[in-house]
Design a protein around this ligand. Sequence first.
Ligand SMILES: Cc1ncc(COP(=O)(O)O)c(C=O)c1O
Length: 410
Amino acid sequence: MNMPSATVIQDLESRHVLQTYKRQPLVLVRGRGMHLYDSDGRGHLDFISGIGVTVLGHGHEGLATVIADQAQTLLHTSNLYYHPLQGQLAARLAALSGLERAFFCNSGAEAMEACLKFARRYWYSQGRSQRTRFVALEHGFSGRTLGALSVTANPHYREPFGPLIPGVTFVSPDDPSALRAAVTDETAAIIAEPLQGEGGVRPLPEVMAATIADVARATGTLLLADEVQCGLGRTGWPFHFQSFNWQPDLVTVGKAIGAGVPVGAALVSGRVAAQIAAGDHGTTYGGNLLATRAALYVIEQLTGTTDAVPYAHGGLIGHVREVGQYFGEQLEGLRERHAIVDHVRGAGVMRGLALTIDAQPVVDRAREAGLLVNRTAECVVRMLPPFIVSTDDIDAAVAILDRVLTEVAA
Ligand SMILES: Cc1ncc(COP(=O)(O)O)c(C=O)c1O
C-alpha cells in the first residue's frame, strides 16, 4: 500500500473526522514489540500502549496468528446463538476474579453501563426499587457515555452534557467519613477504581479501601470496582481490588483484555447474577468470536496457562510484578534528582510522575526524544507500558526522562 504523507493524513482528518481529540503530531504506521514507527520511519519507545491496551506489545505473532485463524473460521454470529469461546473466556475470568459470571461488551464505558444497570436491576428484583443511587469518588473516571459520565467526577467532562443521571454523590478518596455518610438505604452501589488512572494515577488510600469494604459489607450496598485501566495484570495483580481483599459484586474490565481488539466485560457475582434475566441487557457484538478468541489468548499469556484456574503468579502478570518494582525504583531515582518531580505514584507498570508544573512540555519533549508517555490530571506524566517491558526498556525510558526533566526545569 502506498503511504500518504503525514501532512496529507492530518489534513484529511482535519476536514472529515469529528474533532473530539487533541492529537499529538505523530502518524503511527506500524509497531514491533515495545516500539512504534511513524510515517517517516522513526522508532518510538512505547510507554503508553494505546492508553493501557496493547499489553503484549505490537505486532505480536501469536496474537496475530489466532486472530487470522479465527477470521478464516468464523468472526461473528451475534448473541442469538452459542459459539464455543464465550463460555471459556467467562470461566477464565471467573477463576481469576472470583466473580461467577461475565457479560461481554466492546469497551470500558459499555462495561460500566452494564454494571450500573445490573446494580439497579439487583435492587429492583429485591423489591427495593428506591435503591437507585450511586456513590463514586472524586478524581474517578469511568468513560464518556451518559451513564459512565454520570459516575465520573470531572466537571470539565460532565458540564456540557447535563442533565446526567441523577442521584450520584461524589466523595473525596481522602475522606472515609464522607463515604460513610454518603451511603444510605437508597444507594445501589459504591463505585471506585482501585487505582485511579485518568485522575492522575492515584492509589486509593488504604483507609478508604478498608472503609469502602466495611460500608459495603455492613449495609449490603453493592461494590463496583472499575478495573478497566488498573485490572488484568497492570499492577501485578490479576485485579487490583485483590490487593485490598475486596469482594466486589461488579467489576468492569476493558483495555488489556483484548490487547488491541476491542473487548469489554462486566463481571458479576452470583447474588447479582441471580437477579438478571434474559432481555435485561444485550449488545450485537459483545463476546463475538474474534473478541473472545483474542481475549482467551491474552489471558493465556498473562497467566502462563490455558487452564481456568485462580492465578498462580505465572505468565506476564508475574513479569509485571518483578519489572514493576524495578520501574518504581528507577522513577524514585528521578524524583531524587529533579525538584520538579513532586512524587511518584502507582504500582506495577501503571505509574505517574506527579510534577510541580504542567506535564505537557515533558510529554512533548519526551516524544521528540523518541519516548511516548502521556499527560493526565494536568501535572502528571502517566506511563502504561506494554507488559512485556524489560529492565533495559525502563532504563532507556528513564534516561530520556532524566534529560527532558533537566531541560524543562532549566
Ligand atoms: C477506569 C476506567 N474506566 C472506564 C474507562 C472507559 O473505557 P473506554 O475508553 O474503553 O470506553 C476508562 C478509560 O480510560 C478508564 O480508565
